[in-house]
Design a binder for this molecule. Sequence first.
Ligand SMILES: [Zn+2]
Ligand SMILES: [Zn+2]
Length: 958
Amino acid sequence: MAKISSSLPVLNVLSHNGAQHGYQYPTAGAVGILKNPGLHSCSECGLIRAFSDRNISSIPLPREVLLQDRMIQYVKCHPESGPAWEPAGLGCSSPPAGSRLAPRLFGGNELEQEGTGHSAWLGAGVSPLVLIVRARSLLSLLCRPSRKGTCRCGPCARRAALAGLGRDYLEHITSIGPRTTGSPENEIVTVRYLLEQIKLIEVQSNSLHKISVDVQRPTGSFSIDFLGGFTSYYDNITNVVVKLEPRDGAQHAVLANCHFDSVANSPGASDDAVSCSVMLEVLRVLSTSSDALHHAVIFLFNGAEENVLQASHGFITQHPWASLIRAFINLEAAGVGGKELVFQTGPENPWLVQAYVSAAKHPFASVVAQEVFQSGIIPSDTDFRIYRDFGNIPGIDLAFIENGYIYHTKYDTADRILTDSIQRAGDNILAVLKYLATSDMLPSSSKYRHGNMVFFDVLGLFVIAYPSRVGSIINYMVVMAVVLYLGKKFLQPKRQTENYPKDFLCALGITLISWFTSLVTVLILAVFVSLIGQSLSWYNHFYVSVCLYGMAAVAKIILIHSLAKKFYYVNASDQYLGEVFFDTSLFVHCVSLVALTSRGLCSAFISAVWVAFPLLTKLCVHKDLKQHGAQGKFIAFYLLGMFIPYLYALYLIWAVFEMFTPILGRSGSEIPPDVVLASILAGCTMILSSYFINFIYLAKSTKKTMLTLTAVCMVTFLLVCSGAFFPYSSHPASPKPKRVFLQHMTRTFHDLDGNVIKRDSGIWINGFDYTGMSHITPHVPEINDTIRAHCEEDAPLCGFPWYLPVHFLIRKNWYLPAPEVSPGDPAHFRLVSKEQTPWDSVKLTFEATGPSHMSFYVRTHKGSTLSQWSLGNGTPVTSKGGDYFVFYSHGLRASAWQFWIEVQVLEERPEGMVTVAIAAHYLSGKDKKSSQLDALKEKFPDWTFPSAWVCTYKLFVF
Ligand SMILES: [Zn+2]
Ligand SMILES: [Zn+2]
């Protein structure tokens, strides 16, 4: 910002937080859009409060919106003159004549008037009441940074400043700190901040629109098939809901959802404050727009998503506006910053994908991600599931996916999110919401339900989408082409030396053997590395996995084929062998194409690409190969034809690793991550090598290649075994922390008569990954294998205060004895009544009071079953392992939690019919801490992320 000098007029803008910004004219981007005289928006901080200026105040401001640039220019040209509106040149960045101009894209009013060019509206005394424009083009035309990457003037500079509005919201929300449900930070401070901003937006809004705000505090319960299944109960949690609709109301609405709560100990910038910031800004832009909406847009800022999707459930099942909703957009994060990926759409409703494809300015979407996510192998879930399953509404699920290493950690801070990311997401969400809010499809969305869509982006440049039915037809046409191509070869008359069918089958066998042995090789390596305690060596340095497993896999494939060439195909011509092996690869991909298509998987399009392009290339270069052999021209053509499938495969593989590598750092103590990664790498190697195997037969020798690969692999292997690659990092630029949960707990076990039979206290330690505590032990010697926690066989979930039912993923835990905890707000649990029902079961009614988060665990004894309960839909849902897990949480205040379970006793037994336990988790405030916990946390090295809290656990038998 320029320094204020006395010779130029100064505009004073009082920002929302009371700070006064002085802007000197001319300062591009300093001033936003004027709506009413005296009201200005500050594009640095985004909000309007007051305005005064010794020169501008004398200008009679029109009631309608003005493009601020003109005023700046006006003042620049006539600093001390009167009020006449004399058009001035736009100075440094004039738009081309005939172009459509937008004063702002994301972050500003969209003023619309088509057609007239810049000279027309400037010269012809066009009323400044209405100014040109359309969002789409201006920034693309004007906002090109100079080559050096700096914005010099006008809209370009303003764009950067305006994306700053979203950033301002983001910084405010994250500065509140971790926002767990039930904490004052979440329930009071954040809610108040959101309401204040919404109020300010309302003040600015165009009279075309109506804004209604509601704070909902729902109570409810549901069961969910996530993490092996469990039941959730919530009381008085918070939703801030804003409805933007045409002045005379709307019958249909599109929902935009974000969550402002965070996990404990994380500022939750990417997950999910940035999405709420983007939504605020989109709300502001839409509400000040002079474009009419046909339908309502409901913005839900939900305050309990990290509580396993409770707030969205409360909204969709209870809020009166929920019945208006025909489609939704959910904004989430599985990483920090970067681009937001559409990783789920539907169910069905192809029109939604089409809406995204045609509206989004920077589309990024993948049906492969959708199918991977919906297969359940990624241990996370989003509100998408709730809207789909409980609201029966179709939608689009978007998430920031980059840098999953720090997702849900203290490193998820606002400064790691580039302003470009906010701008991108804002552009996309604004455009898509606007599209849906004016769409004719929205009101009768159920009519357009049919079928799935194949959709994928091409290198992030554009998205291709088509119905899966069309996809199947294309796929089967490709299969037919292969059948014709191979069929012709199979049926051709045998030559003296060549028996194609036999050679083809042999080649297929050799290919499969090479793949199998390559997989076995990398698995042996991975198991060995895991056994010697060097797992995850590639977690911080990804190239290690490529050098170790990737090279081993390639070397093995080449070895097998080289051996076959040398010993088996002694007399065959290289050219013929090259062709046969090409055909086998084509066949294998064709088989996978048939398999995927027949299973109805949209991801089959990848196999189609991997069959169609090589086949086409082959047919094109066939003659050349026949006449001249594998000469330069042939190779050049061949590589050109392979370019698209390979480029696309590499792009996809990159995305897969970007997503999967971080997940392997939090996938529990049971799955060896090296085995998973090595298998994925072997799979990728098989695919990528397939059309290059024929070169092994065309090449003179493969010795050098093999030696190089083996040498790289061996050196990496030795380095990995010696522990040269430490998995974690605390590097501020790209931290890769090890996640650890520390729960300081006091457990009390009662017997059937209510006597305390055991009481212990300690810090219960859970590592999230396969390396357990092995890297931590040198720093915290008291944590070693002698303090491994032992499963209480008779207690549900081993008698531990699990926060989520992840007991089957993390079986190795540690337990360090410590003094008792004494939270200021102790949890109380009691049996209210025990009744015999007329249908011969026992109904136990309980009451619990305590902190915002509690878990209730049930195990029925032999001879008893749980037949009903007052939770979920009434039918008890078991967790993995057969016990029952209930996740309870409340907002700031809630009455005692009363619920009942009904036990069917088939056989009376001396040990009772049921064991229940309740854990109270203190995730915020004073009760969260203990001096022992703090002391232990202190000892943890900086490359760890210990998330610590206090909890109590009580077990009863009835
Ligand atoms: Zn989230
Ligand atoms: Zn989250």
